[in-house]
Design a protein around this ligand. Structure first.
Ligand SMILES: Cc1cc2nc3c(=O)[nH]c(=O)nc-3n(C[C@H](O)[C@H](O)[C@H](O)COP(=O)(O)OP(=O)(O)OC[C@H]3O[C@@H](n4cnc5c(N)ncnc54)[C@H](O)[C@@H]3O)c2cc1C
Length: 492
């Protein structure tokens, strides 16, 4: 049995571990934190339960494929609840859109924004289905893209589908009202992308949502992570938590194992699911790296970070759904502040997650467990979060209570935990405190994204948000399939 060490137990790391263990490899996962999950981590305080990171489950089919590796069924292992609507988008003018897979309900809302937008909805869905077919159904999303010819195959297809323009540019072709344009272009933000430059290949996300739905796993996202952990352990895999990798040991250009403070884990192959720059810069000696020199690593564009409040509130807020977006009046300008100008603006758009709406076990009776995520610039900007965190949190709370209308929010707070870009950096070794890793922009997509197999070191592979195809739960599950296919070919 060939031995494989996986550094990191994020969704991509766990998925790959299950896949390889199911194929008969002997897999051990080394995780820095006390528990597995990476960004998908739990927090419990005073009877309130939170998922600290991902909260929307999409593409259950891709997840089901993973359970099928161990002949298990996702829907038997985890109590899955389909959400309807998927989310509510509150615009700055207090109008809102309940986003769902119900074509007629969507159209009637779009009609109220601008009559022609409702007529364009079918055409938009048809064209995003074509992108979905290429990326998901025909498997481009899990093709390794290791060579230039593979890229040459991708470009003509993408051009034909108009998928190289930005998602905003794509949506603008169909919709006149800015609210509709937002609703059908913002999805790259879910995976750390800027809608004004992330290529429209990511327009497959709205279609993927429409086809597969948006789901919640009872007990929170962490119940799904625990199911994945069980799947791997039952298959015979090993996990060592609180065991950070200190060095990937390379001999004659080949990865031969991983050094931690507790010893040396010898292996036939090493995979890193940890942050991409951390994996190369901090774990592999510079002399072993030809392509991924520190200079080249520094040139990578990293996605934004997030400022998150985990709130336990002795109150319910009927205007909020399980998932709610609350938007500023600025779209492109705000995105530019976050991605390019690297400033902390006075206004904010935010995402609110309130699992207690669907699942009363997430908060004490009559109370709400609520997380508020504000996308913010990453740490390269130089915002001093040790000074800014408290006033920024206060501003968000005041805005939610007085401007947005969550009356009594502040006086009913029982729990208030703050998570800043510094925490992303400290907890997960996320470079620049970025919450999503390498930014999904055209020059960092497919062949141009970090590959699933190292170009510098034999028997060293990568998996997770910064590799192809990218971040998000479905994205990371597909990175695991991509890395698996390359490894199986190499190690057979
Ligand atoms: C706030 C937030 C909300 C999100 N919401 C959604 C959502 O609703 N739906 C969705 O689909 N996606 C969402 N995403 C994206 C999704 O969560 C991520 O893309 C995904 O979880 C990343 O998984 P990964 O496999 O890249 O590993 P990561 O989660 O990045 O985990 C990497 C692991 O490596 C470990 N590690 C790092 N260095 C070392 C070391 N030296 N030794 C050992 N271990 C190490 C870390 O501790 C960590 O556990 C969200 C992300 C964030 C941050």
């Amino acid at each position: 049995m060939k031995k494989i060490i996986i550094i990191g137990s994020g969704i991509g790391g766990l998925a790959l571990a299950i896949r390889l263990q199911s194929r008969g490899f002997n897999v051990t996962v080394l995780e820095k934190n006390e528990r597995v999950g990476g960004h998908a981590y739990p927090l419990e305080k005073a009877g309130y339960h939170f998922d600290m990171g991902p909260s929307l489950i999409t593409a259950p089919d891709i997840l089901q494929d993973l359970f099928a590796c161990q002949k298990r069924n996702l829907f038997e292992e985890v109590e899955m609840v389909k959400l309807d609507p998927f989310y509510r988008i509150f615009y700055h003018d207090k109008t809102f859109l309940d986003y769902s897979d119900d074509r007629e309900k969507m159209k009637s809302q779009l009609r109220a924004f601008y009559p022609g937008d409702a007529d364009q909805y079918d055409r938009f869905l048809k064209d995003s289905e074509k992108i979905y077919n290429v990326v998901i159904a025909q498997g481009m999303g899990k093709q390794p893209f290791m060579t230039i010819p593979s890229m040459l195959e991708f470009f003509p297809k993408a051009i034909q589908l108009n998928a190289l323009r930005s998602t905003y540019g794509f949506a603008k072709k169909y919709f006149r009202d800015e609210r509709s344009r937002f609703a059908f272009s913002f999805h790259p933000l879910f995976i750390g992308g800027n809608p004004f430059r992330a290529p429209a290949v990511y327009e497959m996300i709205p279609y993927l949502e429409k086809e597969g739905g948006v789901w919640y796993s009872k007990g929170g996202m962490y119940s799904l992570i625990e199911a994945l952990e069980r799947l791997f352990i039952d298959a015979g895999g090993g996990i060592h938590t609180s065991e950070p990798a200190e060095k990937i040991v390379v001999q004659n250009g080949k990865a031969i194992g991983v050094q931690t403070k507790n010893g040396f884990y010898k292996s036939d192959a090493v995979v890193s699911n940890a942050d991409f720059i951390h994996s190369y810069r901090d774990l592999i000696e510079a002399k072993q790296r030809k392509k991924w020199s520190n200079r080249r690593l520094n040139r990578l564009h990293y996605s934004m970070s997030a400022f998150i409040l985990y709130l336990g509130v002795k109150k319910k807020f009927p205007q909020l759904l399980h998932h709610t977006l609350v938007l500023s009046s600025r779209y492109q300008e705000l995105i530019t502040d976050i991605f390019d100008r690297h400033v902390l603006p006075d206004d904010f758009s935010m995402y609110l997650h309130m699992p207690s709406k669907t699942d009363p076990s997430m908060a004490p009776a009559g109370c709400s467990s609520l997380y508020v995520l504000v996308p913010v610039t990453h740490l390269k900007a130089g915002v001093d979060w040790t000074q800014q965190a408290k006033p920024y949190a206060d501003r968000i709370l005041r805005y939610l209570e007085h401007d947005f209308g969550l009356q009594g929010l502040q006086e009913n707070l029982e729990v208030k935990e703050i998570f800043t870009p510094l925490d992303f950096a400290g907890k997960n070794n996320s470079t620049y405190g970025s919450a999503w890793g390498v930014e999904p922009r055209l020059t960092q997509t497919a062949y141009l994204r970090p590959h699933n197999k190292s170009e510098d070191i034999d028997n060293f592979y990568l998996v997770g948000a910064s590799t192809h195809p990218g971040a998000g739960l479905p994205g990371c599950l597909l990175t695991a399939e991509t890395t698996e296919s390359v490894m199986v070919k190499d190690l057979a």
